[in-house]
Unconditional design. Structure first.
Length: 187
């Protein structure tokens, strides 16, 4: 497959999936909710379990937003389409580390979760031809690490707050990028 053909397939996915904005908006709402959870007077272990539970709402919310924004989750006849799903599944292999953190170091659970979530965005920079995914992957991962190492446990909620801000920023950037690509794609 030639590079031009490959780029054409990637642009088609980017336009039809609208750069994955349905997932990013759903994730930003989830992470705002996680920030709220970490302001509550529960143990870090309980907050971590609630964080895990609320994370389970991502797919149903993304599906709802896909209907609202009319994004395509499956682009028929595009051989790259399943790759996006594989990129998402890749983060599941980091979940044993999350379970370990939950059991042994629950104060650091939300930091580890944010790092894993942020880092999993990196391949989408290539997939959607959208560098902002790579930038946010680094910003979220390093930001969560720095905050996790320096904040006292009473301020841990700032990590998911940072995540929310980054995701909202990413949503704005990828939407603007999608609009430009859509205009060029239709011509």
């Amino acid at each position: 497959m030639k590079k031009l053909e490959l780029d054409k397939l990637r642009i088609e996915l980017s336009v039809k999936a609208k750069n994955g904005i349905d997932f990013i908006i759903a994730a930003s709402i989830i992470w705002i909710s996680i920030a709220f959870i970490w302001t509550q007077p529960y143990t870090s272990y309980s907050k971590s379990v609630f964080t895990f539970m609320i994370g389970g709402l991502l797919l149903p919310m993304a599906f709802m937003f896909s209907k609202m924004f009319k994004t395509d989750w499956k682009v028929k006849d595009n051989p790259l389409q399943p790759l996006g799903l594989w990129f998402n599944f890749a983060q599941l292999f980091y979940f044993p580390f999350l379970i370990f953190t939950l059991i042994k170091y629950p104060d650091y659970f939300v930091m580890a979760y944010a790092i894993i979530t942020g880092a999993h965005f990196f391949p989408y920079a290539w997939f959607y031809m959208e560098k902002s995914y790579a930038v946010m992957a680094g910003l979220i991962s390093l930001g969560a690490l720095i905050m996790g190492l320096n904040l006292s446990s009473e301020y841990t909620y700032l990590i998911p707050a940072l995540m929310s801000i980054c995701l909202i920023t990413l949503a704005v950037i990828i939407f603007k990028s999608y609009r430009k690509k859509e205009f060029n794609y239709q011509q």
